[in-house]
Design a protein around this ligand. Structure first.
Ligand code: FES
Length: 170
């Protein structure tokens, strides 16, 4: 909303500002009714809205929907330590032991390995890292169930290795 006026002026045919207090909650089905195959949806906002959008687009091709949540879906999962595990860093070389209660990102930083991050709670996607091998306990609020099953990336600020053999592109 901070940019609403500016965007509406600059792109009058492409921006439709509909505050809830004026128009009520958006009708997700109506808003997305004209979406064609190949078009992408980027959404941020409260969990209820984002869940409704995700449900509505559940049958769409993978990668259609991109969400940014303002808070973790499961904040408790972020603080429950999980099991200790070892991670192999394919690019940096070497292995790190990640204890319960710490993230891969924290342990990399402690070992002087630069890593870009922002929210550090699995909501922004800044730390998304390719998974080259191994199972992941996904704890972020970004990846879809399908993306989690594909196991191609993980958010190293919160998600953890499950068992031995986790190798990431870091
Ligand atoms: S730093 Fe935001 S998802 Fe990891």
């Amino acid at each position: 909303m901070a940019w609403a006026e500016h965007l509406a002026e600059r792109f009058p045919d492409q921006v439709d500002v509909r505050p809830d207090d004026v128009f009520g909650a958006p009708d997700v089905a109506a808003v997305l009714a004209g979406l064609t195959d190949g078009e992408l949806v980027y959404a941020c906002g409260p969990h209820g809205l984002l869940d409704a959008i995700a449900d509505h687009l559940a049958d769409r091709k993978r990668g259609t929907l991109h969400l940014e949540r303002f808070s973790p879906v499961d904040a408790e999962a972020l603080t429950s330590g999980g099991q200790a595990f070892r991670v192999t860093l394919a690019r940096s070389g070497g292995e790190l032991d990640v204890p319960a209660g710490k993230s891969i990102l924290q342990v990399m930083e402690e070992n002087g390995i630069p890593v870009v991050s922002s929210c550090r709670e699995g909501t922004c996607g800044t730390c998304e890292t390719a998974v080259l091998a191994g199972a992941v306990d996904h704890r972020d609020s970004i990846l879809s169930d399908e993306e989690r099953t594909a196991n191609e990336t993980m958010m190293i600020c919160c998600s953890r290795g499950l068992g031995p053999g986790l190798v990431i592109d870091a």
